[in-house]
Design a protein around this ligand. Structure first.
Ligand code: UDP
Ligand code: MG
Length: 155
């Protein structure tokens, strides 16, 4: 079933010039780009974004990091995109993330981690409207869909 996820290329991804390399992985995997916005996240928006982590010891640090410099916010779509994009991202910090993952290949920090991705359909439903109006999410047929997904499973 087609699913959507909120992906943010965080301040360090932009400042380190890794935006193109990271987006390439999502494109090559076959995900469909639905929306994108280059912006500076305010402290208030970052607090809303990380509301589920309020009260945890790292909350203030995560808010400060996300709002410290411009980011690229995107919505990507595919069948099961949430589970697959979390796998592409790897463990939370580059210090633990497997090689081959985005966090494992591009970072070695235990404070910065390059990318945010929704962790469940429920999170995506809350996160996407924080950044995009419904009309900013663009529905269009994916030209390569037939060759990407192959024949449907036999019943
Ligand atoms: N974070 C942190 N220290 C921690 C855990 C998380 O600084 O011990 C920050 C980090 O930027 C992370 C964000 O808070 O991306 C949200 O944490 P979460 O556990 O949701 O990790 P993610 O879903 O990004 O892998
Ligand atoms: Mg998370």
């Amino acid at each position: 079933m087609a699913e959507r996820t909120l992906i943010i290329l965080k301040p360090d991804a932009v400042q380190r010039g890794l935006v193109g390399s990271i987006i390439a992985r999502f494109e090559q995997k076959g995900f469909q780009l639905i929306a994108a916005k280059f912006m500076k996240i305010s402290k208030a928006l970052a607090q809303k974004h990380y509301a589920v982590h309020k009260g945890k010891p790292f909350f203030e640090r995560a808010v400060q990091y996300l709002s410290s410099s411009p980011v690229l916010v995107m919505v990507w779509q595919a069948d099961d995109v949430i589970k697959m994009s979390r796998r592409l991202m790897g463990e939370t910090f580059g210090t633990e993330a497997q090689p081959g993952t985005i966090r494992g290949d591009f970072g070695c920090s235990h404070g910065f981690n390059l990318i945010h991705g929704s962790d469940s359909p429920a999170s995506a439903e809350v996160e996407i409207p924080l950044y995009f109006k419904p009309e900013e999410l663009i529905d269009y047929p994916l030209a390569q869909a037939h060759w990407l997904y192959g024949p449907p499973d036999e019943a």
